[in-house]
Design a protein around this ligand. Structure first.
Ligand SMILES: C[S@@+](CC[C@H](N)C(=O)[O-])C[C@H]1O[C@@H](n2cnc3c(N)ncnc32)[C@H](O)[C@@H]1O
Length: 397
């Protein structure tokens, strides 16, 4: 079994861990910013195609204990890199330091250059030729995470191959430029936390913006893997979305290639069938629904989400709200005018139009959330990009 690292937004590690368990990951270890796990090749690719919560996924190549910069060159140069990739493939290196490593090594660009020199020199001595660097669209993307060893002296330099190239959180349905869309995997994290059961309850978002929460919910309802748009593209032979397709370990494994090709076919058939069914229980509102309409169309999910263009105060889904799950991300930010009044009105709207619902509101401001005047059942700390947030859970009477 190989070792992998799946990254996720800060403070979401626990939810990713839960998801990866259900997807069959083994030896799971929660880390800062993600989850490390083991899996056989097929299981790992299934996780890559089906995780809704991860941002990216990496394959661990090696861990080198190092004391200083000199060690780095020596250790990296000793590896037979031509077994990892070919000298006609382009590559890129990114280095991330934890706090200890940052204090000691200071400059991550310099570290990456040193690793690059060691790899290039190794290729030259083994094959007589060197691969080129391409920082914008490389065939092979390497990540080096350098971490202190706690009480022991020195550092661990962990070398990873990026499996995804385009982040998993970028599903490929985003079109117009909405001002403040949620990352797709954060929307999926909110749904995961809400424990929404698509067979039992309706789901609604009264500030749906570009439709992210509703589109992610529709995929869950249809059991569509979140990579289905990329998979359809890959079947047409036009993709740089899945970096692992360029990896030597994958290109040398014909059985695995056959498994991937069968999986892609199965997902394409599923995605095409989605058009035949319609659902009635995903309902969104916003004062401008044009972004959501465009994105739902791009995702091929027309007919699965009902949209109402209205002010949130008059937004009322035309279903029984008992047990309905409301997940929403209201306007936020320093320049939000009338913020306190808006949040007061959100509380009123929940009491009047979402009776006996399970409401989840993502908020970034302590003062504003107090204005909702509802007793929360639980607060979940999360990060929306760099913004420290709370997902407030209200069981509305
Ligand atoms: C933070 S964004 C929501 C983003 C959304 N979660 C997404 O992923 O795109 C807030 C949304 O509230 C909408 N909005 C602001 N004031 C509103 C109002 N009074 N009634 C309805 N929608 C409103 C804006 O149009 C915007 O789309």
């Amino acid at each position: 079994m190989k070792t992998y690292f799946a990254s996720c937004p800060k403070r979401s590690e626990e939810w990713l861990e839960e998801e990866l368990k259900t997807l069959g990951a083994k030896n799971i270890e929660k880390k800062n910013g993600g989850v490390q796990f083991k899996a056989e090749n097929e299981a790992a690719l299934k996780i890559l195609f089906e995780t809704r919560l991860a941002s990216r996924m990496y394959l661990l190549l090696d861990v080198y204990p190092i004391m200083n910069e000199k060690d780095v060159y020596g250790k990296v140069n000793a590896k037979w890199w031509h077994k990892v990739f070919d000298n006609n493939q382009t590559f890129k290196i990114q280095t991330l330091f934890d706090t200890d490593a940052h204090n000691f090594f200071k400059n991550s660009m310099h570290f990456s250059m040193m690793v690059k020199d060691a790899i290039v020199d190794q290729f030259r001595s083994q094959t007589g030729r060197r691969p080129n660097v391409d920082t914008s669209n490389p065939d092979i993307s390497l990540l080096v995470r350098v971490e202190g060893r706690g009480r022991e002296p020195g550092f661990n330099a962990k070398f990873y191959l990026d499996m995804t190239n385009v982040p998993l959180s970028d599903r490929g349905y985003r079109r117009g430029k909405h001002k403040a869309p949620l990352r797709e995997n954060l929307a999926a994290i909110l749904i995961h936390i809400s424990k929404w059961d698509p067979k039992k309850a309706a789901l609604s978002d009264m500030f749906c913006g570009s439709g992210t929460i509703l589109i992610e919910a529709a995929m869950i309802q249809m059991s569509l893997p979140p990579t289905y748009i990329k998979i359809k593209k890959a079947r047409r032979g036009r993709t740089t979305d899945f970096a692992f397709l360029n990896h030597k370990w994958f290109q040398d494994d014909k059985n695995l290639q056959k498994w991937v090709s069968d999986y892609f076919e199965k997902v394409t058939v599923m995605a095409d069938k989605v058009k035949e069914s319609k659902s009635q229980n995903l309902i969104g509102g916003d004062r401008d629904i044009s972004f959501a309409i465009e994105n739902i169309r791009a995702a091929g999910l027309e007919g699965h989400i009902k949209l109402i263009e209205t002010d949130f105060k008059s937004f009322k889904p035309d279903v029984d709200t008992e047990g309905l799950v409301l997940i929403t991300n209201p306007p936020y930010g320093e320049r939000l005018e009338g913020g306190e009044e808006l949040y007061y009105q959100i509380g009123e709207a929940l009491k009047n139009n979402f009776k006996r619902s399970d409401a989840f509101v993502l908020t970034s401001d302590d003062e504003y959330r107090k204005k909702i005047f509802l007793k929360s059942t639980r607060k979940y700390p999360l990060f929306n990009g760099p913004i420290d947030c709370r997902l407030m859970h209200y069981e509305v009477n």
